[in-house]
Design a protein around this ligand. Structure first.
Ligand SMILES: [Zn+2]
Length: 65
C-alpha cells in the first residue's frame, strides 16, 4: 500500500499532521514524534521556546506562545 508519495516536500494544510518544524528562534530543525496541527503548540528541543502553530499564506508560522 502506497497511498501517497513522500518524495516531495509536504504542503502544510489544516488536515494533515506534520512531524517536523524549523524553530524561528534558533533555526534548529525539530522532529515532532506525535506531529502537530494548526492551532497546536510545539516546543523547540534546542532553545526550549514554545510556539503556537498558525498559518500565513498557506504556510505554517510559529509564534512564541
Ligand atoms: Zn529553538
Amino acid at each position: 500500500m502506497d497511498p501517497q508519495h513522500d518524495d516531495e516536500e509536504p504542503e502544510p494544510d489544516k488536515q494533515s499532521r506534520n512531524t517536523e518544524f524549523e524553530c524561528p528562534e534558533c533555526n534548529a530543525h525539530n522532529p515532532v514524534d506525535d506531529g502537530f496541527v494548526l492551532g497546536g503548540e510545539v516546543t523547540c528541543y534546542y532553545c526550549g521556546v514554545e510556539f503556537r502553530v498558525a498559518e500565513f499564506n498557506g504556510r505554517f508560522k510559529f509564534k512564541p506562545a
